[in-house]
Ligand binder design. Structure first.
Ligand SMILES: *Cc1c(COP(=O)(O)O)cnc(C)c1O
Length: 400
């Protein structure tokens, strides 16, 4: 994002704290990935958790426009949200669903992951009850070592066969998930990939041919391991964020979200003055501080108390005292003449201005990962969607 775009956003009325989501960055990141994976691979844009906090519907549309063929979410309601917005592309619920959600999923043509025989039965029974003319597409999730969701690999052939032989179901996909693709050591991922490839080989020999096979998340796309399968699931990297320090995004991929705010009060502190709840910061010398209207209820982690930092006039300004529910205080460097209404960059950067606050850095200091901070930015923070420097949409609490 550049200064002109930022100025456009800041001209809009409303709360000073706002997230700017650059849809061109999302498209560009996706295109970079698409250009570097095998041309035969389909690309699923993972837009769960409100597109990692970026806004599910605008991001899903941008991703589809940039060449994604499928969308991935974590729960049926997230999939229905996309359908209600008129998005027609194939949508897969990657995680476990409740049996009571199956009917709605079928009615909305949402593809479900099945991870145990009991759930396969429940989908079959629902399909019979609805007497749908088409077999219901499902993706068999196989546990190849993460020990989270999925059928154990030893039971996968039987489960796949049951689905393939059912007149009510279609084996749309077989997939697995990597537990450690974002680590330096590729061996654990290679082991999981080998187990999965062997299973696919077995299925192939039995004449069981799922439409799609998939395993790679962002980290495994960025550092490919094993055979390229027919689809990849792109999450965090589409947003320009690193899956980990060990698995950074590729050259040319940039963060799509910038969070900004404005100074609402300049506070003069004298030695001994305490700041915020509990007096967790005490001034040792005269200094100036700035009040910024963002807090943990906006998703700014309370664990950034006394350790976070925001950017004012290109200078990092330390968070002092505890982060409150709605407000946070930062110290202004001695040379900084910032005043009320001046811009604060909470995370991100502006290309033609100095400084950057990396989400990775905030995550490190908050003792978490960038995924968690991004997904927890709440609906109180309005999202301004920009394209080619223009605001093309806004979602806010009063107009989601
Ligand atoms: C969330 C998720 C992804 C995307 O992961 P990233 O690390 O964000 O790319 C892929 N597959 C499954 C099963 C997921 O739950």
């Amino acid at each position: 994002m550049d200064s002109a775009t930022l100025a456009q956003v800041m001209l809009q009325p409303g709360r000073a704290t706002r997230a700017i989501v650059d849809l061109d960055a999302i498209e560009n990141n996706l295109k970079v990935v698409k250009s570097l994976i095998s041309p035969s691979q389909a690309l699923m844009a993972v837009v769960k958790a409100n597109a990692y906090g970026h806004g599910a519907i605008p991001v899903a549309r941008a991703a589809l426009a940039a060449g994604a063929t499928h969308l991935g979410v974590a729960m049926v309601d997230e999939a229905i949200e996309l359908r209600l917005a008129g998005i027609d592309a194939p949508v897969l619920v990657l995680g476990p669903s409740d049996e009571s959600e199956i009917e709605a999923a079928i009615r909305h043509r949402i593809e479900l992951a099945v991870g145990d025989p009991r759930f396969v039965h429940a989908v079959t029974a629902c399909a019979e009850r609805l007497d749908s003319t088409q077999p219901v597409p499902v993706h068999l999730k196989v546990d190849t070592g993460m020990h989270r969701f999925g059928v154990p690999v030893l039971e996968a052939v039987a489960a796949a066969r049951a689905i393939a032989q059912s007149s009510r179901l279609r084996l749309q996909g077989v997939f697995t998930h990597y537990a450690r693709a974002d680590e330096v050591d590729a061996a654990p991922t290679r082991r999981q990939a080998a187990i999965f490839e062997e299973l696919l080989e077995q299925l192939h020999k039995l004449g069981i041919t799922p439409e799609l096979t998939h395993a790679a998340n962002s980290a495994a796309i960025l550092r490919p391991i094993g055979q390229p399968l027919s689809l990849v699931r792109l999450g965090i990297a589409m947003y320009g964020l690193n899956p980990s320090m060990e698995a950074p995004v590729w050259q040319g991929m940039t963060p799509a979200m910038t969070i900004v705010s404005k100074i609402v009060r300049v506070i003069e502190l004298q030695p001994g003055d305490e700041v915020s709840y509990g007096g967790a910061f005490r001034a040792t010398a005269p200094c100036r501080a700035a009040l910024v209207p963002i807090g943990y209820a906006d998703g700014y982690p309370r664990t950034l108390s006394n350790v976070g930092s925001m950017l004012i006039e290109g200078e990092p300004c330390a968070v002092i005292g505890r982060v409150c529910m709605d407000q946070t205080i930062v110290q202004l460097p001695d040379a900084c003449g910032a005043e009320v209404n001046d811009l604060v960059i909470v995370t991100g950067s502006v290309v033609d201005r100095k400084g950057v606050i990396e989400l990775d850095e905030l995550a490190l200091r908050a003792n978490t990962i960038n995924y968690e901070i991004a997904t927890r930015i709440t609906a109180r923070v309005p999202r301004f969607y920009v394209r080619e420097g223009q605001v093309v949409g806004v979602s806010r609490l009063t107009n989601p």
